[in-house]
Design a protein around this ligand. Structure first.
Ligand SMILES: NC(=O)c1ccc[n+]([C@@H]2O[C@H](COP(=O)([O-])OP(=O)(O)OC[C@H]3O[C@@H](n4cnc5c(N)ncnc54)[C@H](O)[C@@H]3O)[C@@H](O)[C@H]2O)c1
Length: 480
């Protein structure tokens, strides 16, 4: 018998973890959760959690997971003894028992997935490992797999996530933490209550100077204090692997921090979808210049040709008529921004400079309001309820809020907030932008990873009791 999320709610199986807004969503997507086995029996009723990858990001998740008080970390896997040691230190510092260690070869994670009866797995490894590991986890019958961003590199990998999720019935969540950023969630409330009117256009991007992340001195996470410039095997953390993508690929390599929130605002895969994409890349200068400036013209990397254009711009057209501009800008000196803009028939929010303008409501016609007051007014339920606990955590607390939401799904056998279809749709921008750029900006079709389900599905992420979705936004779905 097919069981759906609504049935779970009717049967009252959701014991809220505090994110009670989820209970109030009326029209929820029907997904088959019948193959998800109940959580492994444990006296403490804690989630039996495993980690694949305990580098920089994995250890951050480890720390935050312990802070939630909802998990028992039973096993960790990494190929690097230093990463394992860091994880062990965090676990013992928090007074928790040492987990079982899986290491020794690149496929040790398969033994962990086979031998441990895990309720959930968090994957925080280099991009090229995400899909192999997520697929193995779902196939091993782990009910809930969470994978870091971007989830997939190629269209084939995107389809693998969807196909294996459908074949196995196991849940897959993309860990897109920016969807939980406080201002981003407040703007979601504003969008859903029609403050901006009907949405017309959004902008977003990953505008982050990563030159000091793509290279380092082999010991520190970032290249800030000089030293010998390294990438690849001799480097440390992301500099071991991220630069190779900049050498081999030319596209938006990291689209999900921007497109995740935009997808929530535009109801992507929930009554709307991406139709087409066209992308262009600028010339590539930033990484070469960084090598020359810091290592000199005779540095062994001086002759490397980087394929990745310094600024990659993708334009997306949606089924409901909106357009989106997504920017990838990681090789040039600049302050950090995700460059959000949400624009509708009544006004717009502009992340850079914290501007907002709403016709008839802003203080002075045709002049920006500071958005701070608006963001506070529409503060999301998750932050109202968990903001204090989240404070001081990773990325301003949004990592903690995200993990609480993931663990809520695991504990209560619910559909994950961002599923295999979202993981595929958001990550596909990388492969599609590469294709479009290779063809001189040609328009490429967006696959419909939902196989048509997008047309009927309704939003289920972060429904806030105090800010129910405006009836006008649901008009079509109310008719059908
Ligand atoms: N959402 C965010 O804000 C955010 C922030 C940082 C990183 N990330 C993402 O997290 C992921 C990991 O990034 P990171 O900064 O931790 O990188 P990292 O290089 O510091 O860590 C990766 C870890 O994976 C391990 N690993 C590699 N291959 C493995 C294998 N076959 N089996 C087991 N372990 C293996 C490495 O030894 C290393 O410890 C990336 O996808 C990155 O994009 C996301």
């Amino acid at each position: 018998m097919e069981t759906n999320r609504r049935d779970f709610i009717k049967k009252g199986t959701i014991a809220g973890l505090g994110l009670s807004g989820l209970l109030l969503s009326k029209d929820l997507s029907a997904q088959n959760l019948s193959k998800i086995r109940p959580m492994a029996k444990s006296a403490s009723a804690l989630i039996r959690l495993g980690f694949i990858g305990t580098g920089s990001r994995g250890c951050s998740h480890l720390n935050e997971s312990i802070k939630t008080g909802l998990v028992d970390i039973v096993a960790i896997c990494d190929i690097n003894p230093a990463s394992i040691d860091n994880a062990k230190t965090i676990i013992s510092r928090n007074g928790k028992k040492e987990p079982k260690i899986y290491s020794g070869n690149e496929f040790a994670f398969k033994n962990m997935l086979k031998d441990e009866k895990l309720d959930a797995v968090i994957i925080a490894t280099p991009w090229e490992w995400h899909v192999r590991m997520a697929v193995a986890s779902m196939k091993a019958g782990v009910p809930y797999t969470a994978v870091e961003v971007s989830a997939a590199n190629t269209l084939e990998e995107c389809w693998d996530l969807v196909n294996v999720h459908e074949e196995t019935g196991m849940q897959l969540m993309i860990l897109e933490n920016v969807c939980y950023r406080r201002d981003v969630m407040a703007v979601l409330n504003m969008v859903r209550t029609n403050i901006f009117g009907e949405l017309i256009h959004c902008r977003c991007g990953y505008e982050h100077d990563l030159r000091g992340v793509k290279f380092n001195d082999g010991e520190h996470y970032s290249y800030t204090n000089g030293g010998d410039l390294k990438m690849g095997k001799k480097a440390f953390s992301e500099a071991q692997w991220r630069g190779l993508h900049a050498i081999k690929r030319n596209g938006d390599l990291y689209p999900t921090h921007g497109i995740g929130p935009v997808s929530n605002w535009l109801d992507i895969n929930r009554g709307n979808r991406f139709l087409t994409l066209s992308a262009m890349a600028s010339k590539s200068r930033g990484l070469h210049k960084f090598i020359i400036d810091n290592g000199g013209a005779k540095h062994p990397y001086a002759d490397i040709n980087f394929n990745l254009g310094d600024i990659v711009t993708s334009m997306i057209k949606c089924a409901n008529g909106e357009t989106i501009i997504v920017t990838h800008d990681t090789n040039l000196p600049r302050p950090y921004s995700l460059g959000f803009r949400v624009e509708g028939t009544n006004g717009l929010w502009y992340n850079d400079g914290d501007h907002i303008y709403v016709e008839g409501k802003s203080k002075v016609p045709d002049e920006w309001d500071d958005s701070a007051g608006w963001i506070t007014q529409y503060d999301h339920q998750y932050w109202r309820e968990k903001g204090k606990e989240a404070a001081g955590g990773g990325h301003g607390g949004m990592d903690f809020i995200m993990l609480i939401d993931f663990f809520d799904a695991v504990k209560n056998k619910k559909q994950v907030p961002f599923d295999a279809y979202d993981a595929a749709t958001w990550s596909a921008i990388s492969a599609l932008s590469e294709m479009s750029i290779a063809r001189g900006g040609a328009l490429v079709d967006f696959p419909d990873f939902t196989r048509g389900k997008w047309i009927k599905q309704q939003p289920w992420f972060g429904i806030d009791a105090a800010y129910p979705i405006d009836a006008n936004r649901r008009l079509i779905n109310n008719i059908f």
